[in-house]
Design a binder for this molecule. Structure first.
Ligand code: SAM
Length: 280
């Protein structure tokens, strides 16, 4: 949703903008194209591989600063107010397609799922060391999976004889534990829940949402793309509360969604919801 993001950010050529989820640099490039020589982009990502990819793609631009950090630290990262912040949440297609990162449902890889590979907690630790009740809670709250109990029980049984170490091991185990034909959906939900747990994704989102408005100049814009209902709910509620407190105006009465042509090219866009607000 490149066009919609750029439109909602309402980019002023001299402004300073933040891409809090730089990824491969696609949105960043669209923003940089709108900036003049006095404008600046600060690109943040928690994944060093993403920063390397973005640096290579954006090698021709000098008015971008790269920062390896978590966007939840936005207040510490920024030293002066900015004109806009973009958050394109979740994982990139690179991260999903790279089997060694452990996010993929298609390719077998280690149970990793860390966005920041310098962090110690991996999905393998969660799956092999957490007690059953904690696993059930993670699967219920962050996967909204109705068979959470069954899956947690199957994990506990399996790990007693052998460490669960690959994405394929886990996928097979979940599929066996689910008594319905909707096995694929359950695998997706359990993987999502683990990813959220490993990266503390909702806590990071809550923190950046709480702090974002303070980092803007008046008129500063917050644009967020969310890909699942837990994220989108948090974004919606925070924007509504900020509006009720008189801090922002909401620019998207209803969330914007991707057009069919974009979904054809990029199936991940199917679940994207864009919401935006402007600081008063
Ligand atoms: C959907 S991708 C962004 C794609 C990017 N907009 C582009 O056009 O290429 C999300 C990126 O955000 C990063 N990310 C996710 N959570 C983060 C966080 N809390 N702090 C910083 N980066 C984060 C991921 O590592 C990933 O590279």
């Amino acid at each position: 949703m490149l066009k919609e993001v750029v439109e909602k950010l309402n980019i002023k050529p001299n402004g300073t903008y933040v891409d809090g989820t730089l990824g491969g640099g696609g949105h960043a490039e669209a923003i940089l194209k709108k900036l003049g020589p006095a404008g600046k982009l600060i690109g943040i990502d928690t994944d060093r591989d993403a920063l390397t990819a973005a640096k290579s793609r954006l090698a021709n631009y000098s008015n971008i600063e790269y920062i390896h950090d978590n966007f939840r630290n936005i207040k510490k990262i920024l030293t002066a107010p900015v004109a806009g912040l973009l958050l394109d949440l979740g994982v990139s297609s690179y991260q999903i397609d790279e089997a060694s990162r452990g996010f993929s449902l298609q390719h077998d890889g280690p149970l990793d799922m860390r966005l920041d590979q310098s962090e110690p907690l991996t999905a393998a630790t969660v799956v092999n060391a957490y007690p059953k009740e904690k696993l059930v809670k993670i699967f219920k709250e962050w996967g909204e999976e109705r068979f959470s109990n069954r899956v947690a029980r199957a994990i506990i049984t399996a790990r007693q004889s052998k460490r669960i170490s690959s994405t394929l091991d886990l996928k097979t185990l979940i599929e066996k534990a689910i008594p319905t034909w909707k096995k694929r959906e359950s695998v997706t939900r359990i993987f999502q829940a683990l990813r959220i747990a490993v990266n503390e994704e909702l806590a990071s989102l809550e923190k950046v949402l709480a702090d974002a408005i303070d980092v803007f100049n008046p008129g500063g814009r917050l644009v967020i793309l969310a890909y699942h209902s837990l994220e989108d709910r948090l974004v919606k509620q925070t924007l509504r509360q900020a509006k009720a407190d008189g801090k922002i105006v909401i620019l998207t009465k209803k969330p914007l969604t991707a057009k069919l042509e974009e979904i054809d090219l990029n199936p991940r866009a199917r679940s994207a919801k864009l919401r935006a607000g402007e600081k008063v």
